[in-house]
Design a protein around this ligand. Structure first.
Ligand SMILES: NC(=O)c1ccc[n+]([C@@H]2O[C@H](COP(=O)([O-])OP(=O)(O)OC[C@H]3O[C@@H](n4cnc5c(N)ncnc54)[C@H](OP(=O)(O)O)[C@@H]3O)[C@@H](O)[C@H]2O)c1
Length: 285
């Protein structure tokens, strides 16, 4: 039976991916940062040479988008060079390598959803470091695939939905950005696609998000409505009124045309993902 190795297995996505691999009865080893720090090239090669997986899936990342603006080297070390370490180790032992990337490689200026082939132009350090990781993955391992996704949330770790619901429950009025559009993506749905593409012949870059799109404001409103918290004061705000250290793309929408062409089942809508997340976390019944 083919073995899978997941780097960053203790993170929000890595954890959901380990669940999905287990649900499919696939043999998988999850590595957290203590088990393998991806910035250590020797450690990456040693662990992969020992485990000899058919596929390594790299979910390890420096994900503090605002923090990356002042910690460029740390972000680059994990997201850029670290991705290269994993990919080159995969190449050496003959494994397939998957790297999870982000909508933040785009500048958001396009009016339509982004294709896999569209020109990249990250607005922030995090996006630049993930783009470097994409390049190092594709250059380092011939049998590699970059999977770009967006706006993740799921049962492990803190996420936007949880924060919104907690603030609403504490009676705080909420001002949420309405001029950034993207596809909120449930980690359980992305984990399924990662398992599907892991055993496919796809190489290069694919986009994988829940279907449809909304603003952060619409996402928050849907979560509050579903959770029975519609009476909370919720106002749409402009990004320019709430500046953050890292700029974010106004348009984060990604098309998943390559997945469809490859026969990978389409992902559910973001509304469906949100409902299942609220069910799973006991927010609705
Ligand atoms: N969250 C989103 O909205 C989003 C959107 C698009 C794409 N993505 C991408 O999706 C992937 C998964 O993100 P996530 O949301 O699951 O992030 P996460 O919860 O922050 O998980 C990332 C994991 O990587 C680990 N890690 C950090 N530095 C490491 C290192 N040097 N060596 C090994 N492991 C290391 C972290 O461990 P520690 O906790 O010990 O630091 C953490 O467990 C990432 O590639 C991210 O760029 C995320």
């Amino acid at each position: 039976m083919p073995r899978f190795v997941v780097f960053g297995a203790a993170g929000m996505l890595g954890h959901a991916l380990m669940d999905e691999l287990a649900a499919r009865s696939l043999l998988a080893t999850g590595l957290d940062r203590r088990a393998c720090d991806v910035t250590d090239a020797d450690a990456c090669l040693a662990v992969l040479a020992q485990l000899r997986p058919a596929v390594a899936i790299n979910c390890a990342a420096f994900t503090d988008v605002n923090g990356a603006e002042t910690q460029r080297e740390a972000a680059m070390a994990v997201n850029g060079a670290g991705a290269g370490n994993v990919a080159r180790a995969c190449e050496k032992i003959g494994s397939r390598c998957l790297f999870v990337s982000t909508d933040y490689v785009f500048d958001g200026a396009k009016a339509e959803p982004y294709l896999e082939t569209d020109i990249v132009n990250p607005l922030n350090v995090y996006g630049g470091s993930k783009l470097e990781g994409e390049r190092q993955t594709l250059a380092g391992c011939a049998n590699s695939l970059v999977v770009r996704t967006s706006w993740l949330y799921g049962p492990y770790g803190r996420n936007f939905v949880q924060t919104i619901l907690q603030r609403a429950e504490s009676g705080q009025p909420l001002g949420i950005v309405e001029d950034q559009t993207g596809a909120p993506t449930y980690t359980r749905d992305l984990a399924r696609v990662l398992c599907d593409v892991a055993v496919s012949k796809l190489t290069g870059v694919v986009h994988a998000t829940n279907r449809g799109a909304c603003s952060w404001y619409q996402f928050a409103k849907s979560a509050l409505d579903l959770a029975g918290l519609s009476s909370v004061q919720l106002s749409p705000v402009k990004t320019s009124d709430y500046p953050t250290p890292a700029l974010r793309p106004a348009n984060s929408r990604l098309t998943d045309t390559r997945l469809g062409t490859a026969g990978i089942p389409a992902m559910p809508t973001w509304e469906d993902g949100l409902r299942r997340y609220l069910l799973e976390t006991g927010r609705i019944s």
